[in-house]
Design a protein around this ligand. Sequence first.
Ligand SMILES: O=C(O)CCC(=O)C(=O)O
Ligand SMILES: [Fe+2]
Length: 307
Amino acid sequence: MELINKNFIVTDSDVKKFQKEGFLLLKGIYSQEFVETIKAKIDSDITAPSDKYQAGFSRIAFDLFEGDETISSLMTEKKFREIMNKLSGKELLYTQGLGFELKKNDSKGFPWHIGTQSFGYQRAEDFGCTIWTPLVSIDNTKQQGGMAYVPKSKISGEFLYDDVDPVVFEMTQKKIEANEEISLEEFVHLRDGPLNDEAMKKILDFYAVQDDFELGDALIFDKHVIHRSVFLKDGEIEARAAFVMRFVCSESKYDKKRALNLEIPRKHFNYKGPTRFHLDVCDEENDLIKNSKLFKDDIKTRTLSIN
Ligand SMILES: O=C(O)CCC(=O)C(=O)O
Ligand SMILES: [Fe+2]
């Protein structure tokens, strides 16, 4: 099967744009066959969310398509590796596949956020990025249902990894230890508020970009890009699923404290997280993520080396 379209190219100005803004529309990157294959497979793998944070979706999945042949073929395809290497300027490591589904007229998806969960096992300074692929076409003049994202040259989400996330979890832990009253709603507000309280939301909405997508198009965005789901309005399309792949720089190291932080609210409020990946991927602070026991059988496939 042809996975990447033969005609797809990354220009030097694409690279510049991606480096500056943190995201890039990959117009027609995938073959129709690839998209159809993923679309058919994803349907049986995504399920109703368990976690408060994923409740905005009708169905989700983390750690999707482990060992899947189509994904392995994509990761080992020369052209795909060259594209990823050229855009990021780095050797990348494929970490996780995810699925998110919005049901029309119903699912809110995620408000403005960064990858607190998906990049929450990696040091703040290490590079990470996502390829987001919608499995229906997205028309912003009609039903919408895509994503909105803010150029990091305007507002970067770096301060959330560096400052806000660590203190929100620390503050929650301290309140719990001091037996102070903290409700789940309050925690959710501490986590979502910095990007979604009134003035910040207004600023982000003002600078937001929303692309249209045809089948075969995808969006690459790095972990500093602040983004949100866009509501799927009434219309012909019943639901919008998206397939998501996460990548980290192959020299990334484990941030154990950040990973364990994610468990603080889950333990206290007694709800289940969507994945154990951040807990199982490494054991010790600063372990190289590429040496993970989770990757021991397929590290060559996951490492997008171009040599
Ligand atoms: O598909 C969506 O609406 C959200 C996806 C997202 O936030 C992500 O891939 O990081
Ligand atoms: Fe996200």
